[in-house]
Design a protein around this ligand. Structure first.
Ligand code: UD2
Length: 351
């Protein structure tokens, strides 16, 4: 057996001592940071660095209200005519369930930016002006908004004056002979846009162009994955929802499945969440196409299946996508965004 020299023994002992000290130091830091996290929610920046190393905090938790003045909230007085929370405890946003002044005050210091996608292919370009003008009046007023317009008629995009911090980008897309194709391609383009935007925007909303804003749509709508309840089916049983009902499709939902019927005409959330949804819906749509099947309502059907499996973290009531031809129901105190009445035979490329 080889005997270690005195020098080697000393060096080994020194090395082991340093290692032990390092382990003890890290362990101590870990305990300090965790105990601060548990006992004091107002940590200093330096402690927060330690906490974040161990338990990363979601950005959603950094809303600070220290200097804001607003009406006292109540847990006894509020809307009683509608349900304001889903069974998985996501808020359902209705007029009267939130304080817009408080919410804007919470989000303003974070300097958030919101991307919007809107498709105006073929004759649908005629809806763009009213969409943009009313968005300037009601959509995230006072916040950074970047509208991405996808159109086959870039020369016909109207010039609309935008407030500071707000802008429009026009992207050319090919024309289409089938409206179903336009609807189906949206997820692919949303997916690739988000990959381009990466960290340059915080939230994204994907909206139908044949619609106008009539009331505030703002920070109350922000969330991880945001679904909008379709105005046409929220009084119906789930068996009546126009989900895709053929088991061969990847958008299939059985009669006993599904929570709500969500709109394909408005959805959004954090970039990462919407990216995952768009990518999944696109892949499923393409796999269906290879199998020779197109879901009943194209990407709307795939979105509905996705949101049944991946529950939205916030649900917007039909105030956030009404339809002009529908008479107002008593629970709809305010229509914020609504689809215009149109003659499909005249406006679509095919029937
Ligand atoms: C319903 C859905 C919509 C979508 C559609 C099926 C709601 C309330 N409505 O709306 O989201 O699922 O059915 O396609 O959610 N488009 C063009 N050019 C065209 C046709 C469509 O640009 O020639 C774009 C445009 O952005 C439009 C959107 O596709 O807003 C949906 O158009 P639609 O007329 O098919 O939608 P609609 O109102 O029947």
């Amino acid at each position: 057996m080889r005997v270690m020299s005195g020098k080697t023994v000393t060096a080994t002992l020194l090395l082991l001592s340093f290692l032990l000290l390092g382990v003890l130091y890290c362990y101590q830091n870990y305990r300090v940071s965790v105990s601060f996290e548990l006992n004091d929610s107002r940590q200093t920046d330096s402690v927060c660095v330690c906490v974040c190393d161990v338990l990363p905090l979601s950005e959603e938790f950094h809303l600070e209200a220290e200097h804001l003045r607003y009406q006292q909230p109540s847990i006894l007085i509020g809307r009683t005519d509608v349900v304001t929370v889903t069974p998985w405890l996501a808020p359902v946003v209705w007029d009267g369930t939130f304080d817009p002044v408080l919410l804007d005050g919470l989000y303003r210091p974070r300097n958030i930016s919101v991307a919007v996608t809107v498709f105006a292919v073929g004759k649908y370009i005629r809806f763009l002006e009213a969409f943009l003008l009313t968005a300037e009046q009601h959509f995230f007023v006072g916040f950074n908004v970047h509208v991405y317009i996808f159109t086959d008629r870039p020369n016909e995009v109207p010039r609309v004056h935008m407030a500071p911090g707000r802008q429009v980008t026009v992207r050319s897309v090919p024309s289409s002979r089938r409206w179903q194709e336009i609807s189906a391609r949206r997820m692919e383009l949303i997916q690739t846009l988000i990959e381009e935007l990466r960290n340059h925007k915080d939230y994204i909303f994907c909206l139908d162009v044949d619609s106008r804003f009539h009331g505030r749509w703002g920070t109350e709508s922000l969330g991880g994955l945001v679904g909008v309840i379709h105005p046409g089916y929220y009084r119906d049983q789930r068996t009546k929802f126009p989900y895709e009902r053929r088991p061969e499709s990847r958008a299939y939902l059985a009669p006993e499945d599904g929570d709500f019927y969500y709109c394909g005409g408005a959805f959004g959330g954090r970039l990462q969440e919407v990216h995952l949804m768009a990518k999944t819906c696109r892949q499923d749509f393409e796999a269906d196409a290879r199998g020779g099947i197109e879901a009943a309502w194209q990407e709307e059907s795939h979105l509905n299946r996705y949101m049944w499996i991946h529950k939205p973290t916030k649900v917007l009531s039909p105030e956030y996508l009404w339809q002009d031809f529908k008479s107002r129901e008593p629970e709809i105190r305010l229509v914020r965004f609504s689809g215009v009445a149109k003659n499909y035979a005249e406006i679509r490329p095919n029937t």
